[in-house]
Write a protein that binds this ligand. Structure first.
Ligand code: GLP
Length: 250
């Protein structure tokens, strides 16, 4: 696992965006796995800047998002469909037909999860999977306890995640849907490369558990330690517990 520590959150997001841009430049038909959440807002802002100012071309790129809430229309201001349109897709030259987000309104959730997995496989698999990190170690919406061999499926948010994500629902935790569709831990792990981004002191303990702790379903992100090409980009605050753990007592 490669761990990069940037001097601040802006620098961390710039490094992450540059990694994504490198993949797109190297493989103009790249398949990207994309994430949502506050961390990604800055990463996508930088990608948009690279598109506008540096000609980064998304015309041949295909994307698969990690997750979506069940019961939210794609047009809902709170859906991840809307998040992706606002923060990325509306601002770059990607072909909308090549963007994929789980369908939280499907009348056949199981069937649509299986179809999502098939679509990823048909696209040749994910070249680069971008991840944020939940405060409890979740990746996508794979909460602690998610089986390491899990695939795209319906899952249930923990109280902690619902509380964390209330900021995207006008601060009202009761409005956060508790059910979601998420790519599984195994679906994520199959990506050729993985790029996890985390910043801020609030993530420091869980970052240390993910990067240095025992690989366990209790911290789903810890599985990335076993991946052959996983990079973690942090700011100094998010890396602070790792640093502290390295300090040997006198
Ligand atoms: C949500 C998403 C996760 C994301 C997490 C982190 O729960 N489902 O994929 O990693 O938020 O969010 P933030 O970047 O806002 O800390």
């Amino acid at each position: 696992m490669e761990v990069i520590v940037a001097p601040g959150k802006v620098a961390a997001c710039e490094i992450a965006a540059r990694r994504i841009a490198d993949t797109v430049r190297e493989y103009p038909a790249a398949v990207l796995g994309l994430a949502t959440g506050g961390t990604m807002v800055r990463v996508y802002r930088e990608l948009v800047r690279l598109h506008r100012n540096k000609g980064l071309d998304f015309g041949g790129v295909t994307t698969f998002n990690l997750d979506e809430y069940i019961g939210l229309e794609p047009q809902s201001p709170h859906s991840y469909h809307t998040f992706m349109r606002e923060h990325l897709f509306d601002q770059i030259d990607i072909d909308r037909n090549n963007t994929n987000i789980p369908d939280g309104m499907s009348p056949d959730i199981c069937g649509s999860c299986a179809a999502y997995e098939k679509a990823i496989a048909d696209a040749g698999g994910i070249d680069l999977q971008v991840l944020g990190l939940g405060a409890n170690g979740h990746i996508g919406f794979n909460e602690p306890g998610s089986p390491l061999d899990s695939r795209t499926r319906m899952a249930v948010l923990t109280d902690e995640t619902a509380r964390d994500n209330a900021r995207f629902f006008d601060g009202d935790e009761t409005r956060v849907p508790r059910e979601c569709i998420t790519m599984g831990v195994s679906s994520i792990f199959e990506a050729k490369k993985i790029l996890l981004v985390a910043y801020g002191e609030k993530k420091a303990a869980v970052v240390a558990a993910a990067v240095k702790g025992t690989v366990s379903v209790r911290v789903p992100a810890s599985v990335l330690q076993k991946h052959s090409s996983a990079t973690v980009v942090l700011d100094e605050a998010a890396a602070s517990t790792i640093y502290r753990q390295n300090i040997k007592p006198i």
